[in-house]
Design a protein around this ligand. Structure first.
Ligand code: MG
Length: 300
């Protein structure tokens, strides 16, 4: 009989090929308030992540932990574009911002239809350079992770910013759109509905959209339901499995939506990313801490 480490919760036999029976879950950094926005920089062998309430982007590597950027206007989700530049969502300035190679900041988008965004939350960049981001109200409904303000947008939209600078609403029927993630071939975009955070009648679902030839979205059916808490940040692995945050850890779903298993984490998980020297490390931002564990698959 194969021993199953306490952090692994297999549900489907396929999960065994994605993890390892002697892996561990390690806490590699702690002392934060709400850790989010992990992104791996393979060229620097370091992880950047946000601690939103303390307005810091932290930098972790095997050499230790440091502050990458302080007083950052409540930066939340992060990603990198095709040129390797850091793209982040800021609650305080209610915008999406790019860090140039020289360290300067370029605001990519701050308003739609002449009105400020709510508080951009999470962001991905597709191969053609389009920037896709969600705009729920978490950064303005209290002063915990932003500045309490009235929304100016009538909906909590998901946007696409084209390489030419055209900004379009691609979905507008979420209660609170949150994490988003492309399938490896970028034909599918998964978007998390986290409205259950403030209204438990909202189903805690991940929705699946087909990406159209013109950069729009079609469909939007329920792909999976989170059975503990609600989904926030998500990433796909190279095989197309979707790894989602949840209250009890990270839930792994096959491309057909079947729950394969969970990585149980002692704190509520907000986000995750793949990285590490060989791409086999799953980094998990979970409330006050960052964890890592080995996975036998690489990120998409
Ligand atoms: Mg989020």
């Amino acid at each position: 009989m194969i021993r199953v480490p306490p952090h692994l919760h297999p549900v489907d036999p396929r999960f065994a090929a994605l993890v390892h029976p002697t892996s561990r879950l390690e806490r590699i950094a702690e002392g934060f308030t709400w850790a989010e926005g992990p992104v791996w920089f393979g060229d620097h062998q370091c992880l950047l992540f946000s601690d939103i309430p303390s307005q810091r982007i932290m930098r972790w590597s095997e050499d230790g932990l440091s502050v990458f950027r302080a007083r950052n206007n409540f930066n939340n989700g992060n990603t990198r574009d095709r040129q390797g530049r850091l793209i982040g969502c800021r609650h305080g300035t209610r915008d999406v911002v790019r860090t140039e190679h020289d360290g300067s900041l370029t605001v990519l988008a701050a308003e739609y239809g002449g009105a400020k965004f709510n508080s951009p939350n999470d962001v991905v960049v597709s191969r053609d350079g389009s920037v896709w981001f969600t705009d729920p109200t978490y950064g303005i409904i209290s002063s915990f992770e932003g500045y309490r303000s009235a929304p100016e947008q009538s909906a909590r939209n998901v946007y696409r910013l084209s390489p030419e600078g055209a900004l379009d609403v691609v979905v507008s029927d979420f209660v609170q759109p949150n994490g988003l993630c492309f399938s490896p071939d970028e034909r599918v975009l998964y978007i998390a509905e986290s409205g259950a955070s403030h209204d438990e009648t909202v189903p805690p679902v991940i929705r699946r959209f087909d990406v159209t030839e013109t950069g729009g979205l079609r469909g939007g059916e329920v792909f999976a339901t989170i059975d503990d808490g609600f989904p926030d940040g998500m990433r796909c692995d190279e095989a197309g499995n979707l790894w989602s945050s949840a209250r009890d850890g990270v839930h792994c779903f096959a491309p057909d939506g079947t729950l394969l298993g969970k990585i149980l984490v002692p704190e509520c998980v907000a986000n995750l990313c793949f990285g590490g020297p060989r791409g086999h490390t799953l980094f998990i931002t979970a409330t006050t801490s960052v964890y890592r564990t080995f996975v036998d698959v690489k990120g998409a």
